[in-house]
Write a protein that binds this ligand. Sequence first.
Ligand SMILES: NC(=O)C1=CN([C@@H]2O[C@H](COP(=O)(O)OP(=O)(O)OC[C@H]3O[C@@H](n4cnc5c(N)ncnc54)[C@H](O)[C@@H]3O)[C@@H](O)[C@H]2O)C=CC1
Ligand SMILES: O=C(O)[C@@H]1CCC=N1
Length: 271
Amino acid sequence: MKTQQHIAILGSGNIGLALAKGLVKAGIFTPQQITLTRRNTAALSALADEGYHVTANNAEAVAQADIVVLAILPQQLNKLLDEIKPAANQTKHLLISVVSGVSCQDIRTQLGQDVQVIRAMPNTAIAIGHSMTCIATDNASAANVSLVLSLFDTVGVSIQINEELMTSATALCACGIAFFLRSIRAASQGGTEIGFHAHDALKMAAQTAKGAADLLLQLASHPEQEIDKVTSPKGCTIAGLNEMEHNGFSSAMIKGIKTSAEKAGALYKSE
Ligand SMILES: NC(=O)C1=CN([C@@H]2O[C@H](COP(=O)(O)OP(=O)(O)OC[C@H]3O[C@@H](n4cnc5c(N)ncnc54)[C@H](O)[C@@H]3O)[C@@H](O)[C@H]2O)C=CC1
Ligand SMILES: O=C(O)[C@@H]1CCC=N1
């Protein structure tokens, strides 16, 4: 799906850079087709050496782009929208926002009602082509929705959801990367306590987690169905699993995800 279009990523921090690297790795864009903006461009000098356009001038980046991605923090958004408003050509640009807690309407209120806005919620696994990305819009054309879905499909799996569920998607999928990473880290710490060197324990825990996820994705089965295959009667798995549940394992994950979703919904409004 190689494209001739030019994309500007405004805000080249963790997710902006992960997106840029993922798109290049997937062969959709060359670095020369991507403009990265950041206030301190010195931090992007290695990327400039790789061929990316690097600038602190957001308006200029927008003027030269077909697709504009907003990848700044919610509290940085209003200032940036003020900066790009004169350059945001309402017919030319497709605007993709990955900013948590900011609605399509919030963005149009500042840029103009005709701007087509699509929200996207990827996660940092986008850098290696394994993101779970949810997208939503309240005014973009079906053609642009298809374009954005196919763009994110090249760097993982993408689905369209109702905009009202975007903060939930943020918690489950974007924050979720951290939750699963912490689970793997905890498993590796357990592994070290029962005899493995830390680096071996981490590798063993990560590969085991990958296998568990792939069992669900490749067999389209349910976790409990796969768990039942592991838990031998009077065995060690059910003993460990029940001990974890007595200590609130599932409950902690559920409560954490609910808290993250509430926080994601309040990120912009609390500014
Ligand atoms: N980090 C993640 O896993 C994900 C983050 N998001 C959302 O993406 C957005 C960015 O998050 P992160 O990448 O984690 O934050 P970050 O702090 O790593 O990146 C933001 C970048 O924007 C730059 N910036 C700030 N104001 C600017 C301006 N006026 N012009 C150009 N650059 C400017 C900052 O220097 C920084 O490099 C947030 O809204 C977040 O909610 C969404 C999905 C996943
Ligand atoms: O922690 C955050 O606020 C951002 C949004 C999703 C992932 N990181």
